[in-house]
Design a protein around this ligand. Sequence first.
Ligand code: 3EB
Length: 312
Amino acid sequence: MTRISLDYLGDGQGIAAPDRVLGVIALSGSSPADLSIGLPAVGPDSGGLREVWRADEDVTRRGATGNLRYARAGALLFGVLEQTLPNGGTAEAAKAAYDAMLDLIAAEGCPHLVRVSNYIADITRDENGEERYRAFNAGRQAAFESRNRRSTQAPAACGLGCGGDALRLFFLASETPGHNIENPRQISAFDYPKQYGETPPLFARATVAAGMLLISGTSSIVGHETVHIGDVAAQADETLRNLDALLAEARRLNVQVDRQALRLKVYLRHARDQPAVASRLYDAGLSAPVAWLQSDVCRPELDVEMEAHAPS
Ligand code: 3EB
């Protein structure tokens, strides 16, 4: 099995073992990268931050097709894509992006998508009377549906806001299927009721693949409802309960990960909330997050979302 690892680099730090690097994502700052998300960094050390996806085997091929760029190492395929989002054309643009990704992974013999990170410009914007995120969901679903992909096979994901006018996404696909994990405290996103949009979000709460537990964007949602509206500290605590629930489910798959081993990325709607959330994480005994970023979370009433990875 080809395994992946993740590194986090500040500005000016060199990238080790470049032959094994599948992709470099600039979460914040303007250091060279395969994809720049350009989120404002938050907190005391708010310089640029890059996330480096590395395999334990050399990359044997790098390629590009249209607006998609990819790297192949062993049984894994990593790709990045930037798709302009015309005002009012988000569903079509999201479908085009997902079509390109799904066509590539099929052609490359890596049909099992195990992780997609979606950064959507102006995610809460109103487009033809509909929130842009909902139009994104419609396009994503149309691409999956046209290939007869079942919603239970959707990968771990995140759906967050960013600046500019594009959908920026990166993904990891594999020759072999990952194992999806759902959260018993939450309704699966693909089963959300229609109050969150005609088309549900297609993602798994977590996926185990390539030697990694990949936890999706997780927030203060119980059942399908947002809880603790207006109380960011309580939202952080609820999010940690959801992360613990996912770790307990992972144990049932014989994947033992302690909460201290989680490498957390924390997205805050308001930068000013960083000290309050940091103190909740510290009190819960978590390791310091690898990233603090400002981003619009997809439900307007959510103030914090956390994403996590850990070796499995
Ligand atoms: C949620 O739980 C919060 O649309 O891919 C989290 C992770 C969220 C992924 C996505 C959205 C997505 O519904 C939002």
